[in-house]
Design a binder for this molecule. Structure first.
Ligand code: SF4
Length: 454
């Protein structure tokens, strides 16, 4: 049973923990040489590789959007962006062993399908030309805005082995769509899902969001009903994080139309009950998936991981990101590309990796990353595993952190015994509040601002 009153009591501004240390801790004093060094180190491990391509263009702003987006309708800008992606691939391939196995490929944005089918074919061809060992079982996922998705796009995807599609919806109510500046009639989404299914895509995800302006429990229940009619394999249900001090477009949202925290909780409750009632199971703090979905199986086997793209079964890969703002993640580093297009291009013109900032994890970071990410993904932590890997006595090493967690344990969010930590149903939704007790950087930098956990 989820205790929804408790959720309200714990709603606080906390990091999302798509990485540890979190992105605000990344440092500016990283250069292309650091990336080259990390790439060359990673070649020695010969781990599989996950590739991420950030395709940042959109026609117009959805006011809730937290992504790094460039608004344009100029075709030549997009062609030019691909020119630079190709140059970035070339620079990277001078150092990365391109015979390593690629087991995951992901296109995110922006709106990847705002690029034409011909342009996307060009991107995929360049990837295949660069990386010589793309696994037969590669997981190839694309984020799609149904408003910019054609049978021509699908033809390119089908020919190139795309096997996961995530459709952005957020809410089906026209009033909500108007308030967030994203008009997307139901039949457009239905048609997009139909095209994907007809072309053999077996994993279809729908993104929803609660906490948007004009949403209320009745309208959201209708969105949930319509979502189930699309028979998604996965649903991602995001809590709208209103951070207008960080995202200019959010300032266009009329704050008086935002639902009250109690209404948001009712929406969350309705979503959990609706999706679980339909046989989907809750993964992590904000995903639902069919029982035979890979994410679900990984969760049951304790193999689920979390990275910048959300939950993944490919946590043992080195992740290399291409394009503006994209993030690379290896065993002991995070590195992020430059955010703005101009400086990104300028760096590439110098023949250098277009790096903006990053962090090299020290021993303590590695230990805490393991603790935080294990709890975030699998909701269980076995002290022995950590002790074996890091040569510590867990309860002694984390004495203060465990003491800070005690009130949450007393409140029933988690159970701590001699074996480890187990997070309960209510605690799962407050997992960010639980793991923040192990975040050493946060303790040093109390003045950081984050979105609310609920
Ligand atoms: S289409 Fe997607 S990426 Fe583009 S503005 Fe809307 S939510 Fe953001």
């Amino acid at each position: 049973m989820i205790d929804f009153d408790k959720l309200a009591a714990y709603s606080a501004a906390v990091p999302r923990y798509t990485s540890y240390p979190t992105a605000p801790e990344f440092l500016d004093n990283f250069s292309g040489d650091d990336l080259i060094r990390k790439i060359e180190d990673s070649n020695k491990t010969n781990r599989d590789i996950s590739l991420y391509f950030h395709l940042p263009f959109c026609r117009s702003a959805c006011y809730f959007c937290g992504c790094n987006v460039i608004y344009t309708s100029k075709e030549d800008l997009k062609d030019r962006y691909i020119d630079y992606l190709e140059k970035e691939l070339e620079i990277c391939s001078r150092h990365l062993n391109t015979k390593r196995i690629i087991s995951q490929l992901h296109f995110g944005g922006g709106t990847p399908t705002f690029f034409s089918a011909v342009q996307l074919q060009r991107v995929i061809r360049s990837i295949k030309k660069t990386f010589l060992n793309i696994s037969k079982n590669v997981e190839f996922g694309i984020e799609i805005d149904p408003r910019f998705f054609t049978p021509d796009h699908m033809k390119v995807f089908a020919e190139n082995g795309v096997n996961r599609i995530s459709f952005g919806v957020q809410d089906f109510d026209p009033k909500v769509q108007e308030a967030v500046h994203r008009i997307q009639p139901l039949d457009i989404t239905e048609k997009a899902v139909e095209i994907a299914r007809a072309n053999g895509i077996k994993s279809i995800n729908i993104d929803l969001m609660y906490g948007l302006p004009c949403q209320n429990i009745a309208s959201f229940e209708e969105t949930l009903r319509l979502t189930l009619e699309l028979e998604p394999d996965r649903v991602a249900l995001f809590n709208y994080a209103h951070v207008p001090w960080l995202k200019k477009t959010m300032r266009k949202i009329d704050e008086t139309l935002l639902p009250a925290p109690s209404e948001k909780l009712r929406m969350l409750k309705a979503a959990i009950e609706t999706f679980e009632g339909a046989g989907l199971e809750m993964i992590g703090m904000d995903h639902f998936a069919k029982p035979d979905d890979e994410l679900n199986i990984a969760l049951k086997e304790g193999r689920l991981h979390r990275n910048f793209q959300g939950y993944t079964t490919h946590g043992e890969c080195d992740l290399f990101g291409f394009g503006v703002t994209s993030i690379s993640e290896g065993k002991d580093f995070y590195l992020q590309n430059i955010r703005e297009n101009g400086p990104y291009e300028a760096k590439i013109d110098q023949g250098r990796p277009p790096l903006m900032r990053g962090i090299e994890l020290n021993k303590d970071d590695l230990l805490r990353k393991k603790v935080i990410m294990s709890l975030m993904s699998n909701f269980v932590l076995r002290f022995k595993e950590i002790e074996r890997e890091f040569d510590i006595e867990f309860r002694t090493h984390f004495h203060d952190d465990l003491s800070a967690l005690k009130p949450l344990e007393e409140d029933g969010l988690c159970a701590i015994d001699n074996e480890g930590i187990t997070v309960g149903r209510t605690g799962r939704l407050l997992i960010r509040n639980i793991v923040m007790n192990f975040d050493a950087h946060l303790k040093k930098n109390q003045n950081r601002r984050f979105s609310k956990s609920i």
